[in-house]
Design a binder for this molecule. Structure first.
Ligand code: AMP
Ligand code: GLY
Length: 420
């Protein structure tokens, strides 16, 4: 098969690495890709949110199957147009991608199917939103309704912070995405992510993970896209997984189908677990980045079989074969991230790293320049490894990190501390 992956981060490098191992894969193209992906696939320059351009490219290259990595092309309806053109695609329709693109939409779905989540209200007017905060007090959570590149959520520990967030969001700081805000009850507990494939009807769990959002050791400092992750998440016991499936995931999928917008693709279920009971924090309509890197290392080649079964509505007959293993990914970022950072610094030592089914240095923001790999983004490299224990996976991941020579980069040294 000719397979096209859309995206160019560490998530897509991990997807490409897994897909490439599957014997069904003849030709692998990634658009736009990055310097690491270029070592195992053809990279193509393509505007991945341009529906017509993606369909044209797929037709010209006889692409049999498209995997969509990030949320932006999904929200833009790229999957819809590919399906219209009868090209198999892994990824939800724009209508189903509302589960990530609109907080209000997700909250309404939860209410309709009685999925446990934080109490909430929606506002478009500053005065009414402020009055709600005055009544409910802090801690309280203020969220821009639309896609805000991970920056549209303020967990306010005091009222003043909540009021400032309301003023900013409804004042236009996030443009259209902040034209309305959702104000939520603050949930306490331990967070974990649960990944499932859905084919419109059936649900197949493919793993759990926890990530580290804060930039500094000990989970301190500002939030980032994620500085590391590991799988499985110890808090996701069989009982919690079953509760999440029966109370949250399956009812949501049934409600989406009932509305005529069945969900097909991977669903990233962000949960808060307290007293053994999961509640929904958020849905994302894609793999987490960097959670995907740990999941792909555990799943390997079978990941593509599962994605294909998902696209073809065959999940009821599909099984995941688990090794009883653990995986971890540690992010190397450019100094200054998540604030301002410089691009273009050279990274050395990448050529001599082991590349096995137990350890891979996935690339996120890298580019090739004059025969060298240079940093081209905030999160740059993802050292990913697995082992019989999480400690073993961690040791392997940090051994990769320590073999890289990149003075302008940094990483957290404590990924996995909660589980270890
Ligand atoms: P979201 O983009 O909705 O995932 O929110 C980003 C982060 O904010 C989550 O991963 C949680 O850590 C936190 N968060 C969001 N909603 C809540 C909530 N209702 N209670 C507590 N923490 C929350
Ligand atoms: N690592 C969090 C996310 O992908 O949204």
């Amino acid at each position: 098969m000719n397979i096209l992956i859309l995206g160019g981060g560490g998530r897509e490098h991990a997807l490409a690495w897994a897909v490439k191992q599957n014997p069904k894969c003849d030709r692998l193209i990634v658009a736009p890709g990055n310097a690491g992906i270029a070592a195992l696939a053809e990279c193509a320059d393509l505007d991945i949110c341009d529906r017509a351009a993606v369909v044209d490219f797929a037709e010209q290259n006889s692409v049999d199957f498209v995997i969509i990595g990030p949320e932006a092309p999904l929200a833009a309806g790229v999957a819809d147009r590919l399906r219209d053109a009868r090209i198999a695609v892994f990824g939800p329709s724009a209508a189903a991608a509302q589960l990530e693109a609109s907080k209000t939409f997700t909250k309404e779905i939860c209410d309709a199917c009685h999925a446990p989540t934080a109490g909430w209200a929606r506002f478009t007017e500053v005065a009414a939103a402020r009055a709600y905060v005055a009544v409910h007090g802090a801690p309280i959570v203020v969220k821009a309704d639309g896609l805000a590149a991970g920056k549209g959520v303020v967990v306010a520990m005091d009222e003043a912070t909540a009021l400032t967030a309301i003023d900013d969001m409804l004042g236009g700081a996030f443009g259209e995405a902040g034209a309305s805000v959702v104000i939520e009850e603050f949930m306490e507990g331990e967070e974990a992510s649960f990944f499932v494939l859905c084919d419109g009807t059936n649900v197949l769990p493919i793993g759990t993970a926890q990530d580290h959002k804060r930039v500094g050791d000990g989970d301190t400092g500002p939030n980032t896209g994620g500085m590391g992750a590991y799988s499985p998440a110890p808090v996701m016991t069989d009982i919690v997984v079953e509760a999440a499936l029966t109370q949250i995931v399956r009812p949501t999928m049934a409600e989406m189908a009932r509305r005529g917008t069945p969900y097909q693709g991977v669903l990233y279920v962000g949960l808060m677990i307290a007293d053994g009971q999961p509640r929904l924090v958020e849905y994302n309509v894609r793999f987490g980045d960097p959670e995907c890197q740990a999941l792909m290392m555990r799943l390997g080649a079978q990941a593509f079989d599962a994605m294909q079964a998902c696209a073809e509505g065959r999940l009821a007959e599909t099984q995941i074969h688990w090794a009883n293993d653990h995986a971890m990914t540690v992010v190397m970022a450019a100094q200054g991230y998540p604030g301002s950072y410089t691009k273009g610094s050279a990274i050395r030592g990448l050529n001599h790293l082991p590349e096995t089914s137990f350890e891979m240095m996935f690339h996120a923001g890298t580019a090739a320049r004059d025969g060298q790999v240079v940093a081209s983004g905030g999160r740059v490299l993802n050292a990913t490894a697995r082992g019989a224990t999480l400690a073993e996976a961690q040791a392997r991941a940090y051994a990769l990190i320590d073999a890289v020579v990149w003075p302008d980069g940094f990483c957290r040294r404590d990924i996995g501390w909660r589980a270890l």
